[in-house]
Design a protein around this ligand. Structure first.
Ligand code: AMP
Ligand code: MG
Length: 329
């Protein structure tokens, strides 16, 4: 199969819509990462998504809908605080987990009672979702375990020959996957950290919990238990206060004939003179938006990526560290 990359416009959205309504699967831009999209009410389309990615069959998919879509068709909204969250954070990088009305097929929810729903803010994505006017399920458009794609080219590199079309909506501005928030209980609970932070949610609804994943627990959000986001080269992760270890690992890799790169915030890079760098930027938002792009640049250039951790786990840093540990830890 030939894989075409087309910029988002009326014509390409029309082609994408046709493929989706015929039960096909395409690459779709969003503001977080690129998605591998299929119509969520079509079991055959959903099966294709799992097959193409090699995704574990117990890891459910997020349903994406446009901003005028009636959520009541898909899910039961049990608590009033949810409306405040929808008002404040959607469209945007917040996924809400509701009790499902099972309109989206069991293949997508892995037979569970709940459905994760997101309303993306990316304009091209909205255009497509409005044209299709159905829930579109989409995990990240990479092979399972590999780093998530933030450009159409990244999608092409992983899925060339496996899908007919990638809609090119430019580089994703968010850069890490959405925050996943369970809103089935009295108090919302973060299942996966992202750009909408615990602090931001608490400002709107007062209290927000963070799900703890303990050994032996029934996993509430299966995706968080898997290895993820791995670039195709060796990786290491150090704290900022361990720069002597960073330099040691760097030198050892050179001594073995390798080509190491240090991936870090700009201010850390300033302390590492004469070293190959993958600079992430200097604010948490900037660092999140560059993270996967730099990991994918790193796997092309480096034999070893040495990542330097964020100074804390506050705000957006929580989501960044969650990705860094899985990709480089
Ligand atoms: P991905 O699309 O690869 O970014 O992953 C989607 C994330 O949302 C994974 O961590 C899933 O486990 C999680 N997720 C999707 N649906 C549900 C659901 N119904 N309940 C809890 N977590 C979900
Ligand atoms: Mg993913």
């Amino acid at each position: 199969m030939q894989t075409l990359i087309k910029s988002v416009d009326e014509q390409s959205v029309e082609s994408a819509k046709k493929i989706l309504l015929d039960g096909g699967v395409i690459g779709m831009p969003t503001e977080t990462v690129y998605g591998l999209a299929g119509v969520g009410t079509m079991p055959e389309a959903v099966k294709k998504i799992f097959e193409i990615k090699g995704r574990p069959s117990d890891n459910p998919l997020i349903a994406h809908v446009h901003k005028h879509y009636d959520l009541d068709k898909l899910v039961l909204v049990k608590h009033d605080y949810v409306y405040k969250l929808i008002e404040k954070f959607t469209p945007g990088p917040l996924t809400l987990v509701f009790e499902s009305k099972r309109v989206v097929c069991d293949e997508a929810t892995c037979g569970g009672d709940t459905l994760a729903v997101r309303i993306p803010s990316h304009q091209g994505c909205q255009q497509l979702l409005q044209a299709v006017d159905m829930p579109v399920v989409a995990p990240s458009a990479n092979l399972s375990k590999h780093t998530s794609p933030v450009t159409a080219e990244h999608v092409y590199n992983d899925l060339n020959g496996k899908i007919p079309l990638i809609l090119d909506g430019g580089k994703c501005t968010g850069g890490i996957e959405s925050t996943v928030l369970d809103v089935t209980g009295e108090i919302p609970r973060i299942l996966r950290a992202g750009l909408v932070t615990k602090e931001m949610i608490e400002e709107v609804v007062g209290k927000c919990l963070i799900a703890e994943h303990k050994e032996g627990d029934r996993v509430k959000s299966p995706g968080v238990k898997y290895k993820h986001y791995r670039p195709n080269c060796k990786t290491a992760l150090f704290e900022e206060k361990e720069l002597d270890l960073v330099k040691k690992a760097y030198q050892e890799e050179i001594d073995c004939g390798g080509k190491p790169f240090v991936m870090c915030a700009d201010h850390v890079g300033e302390k590492l003179k004469g070293v190959n760098l993958l600079l992430l930027g200097d604010t948490p938002e900037k660092i999140a938006s560059n993270l996967y792009d730099k990991l994918l640049e790193g796997e092309r250039k480096a034999t070893l990526i040495i990542a330097v951790a964020m100074p804390d786990e506050k705000g957006v840093n929580m989501g960044i560290m969650n990705r860094l540990r899985k990709s480089c830890g």
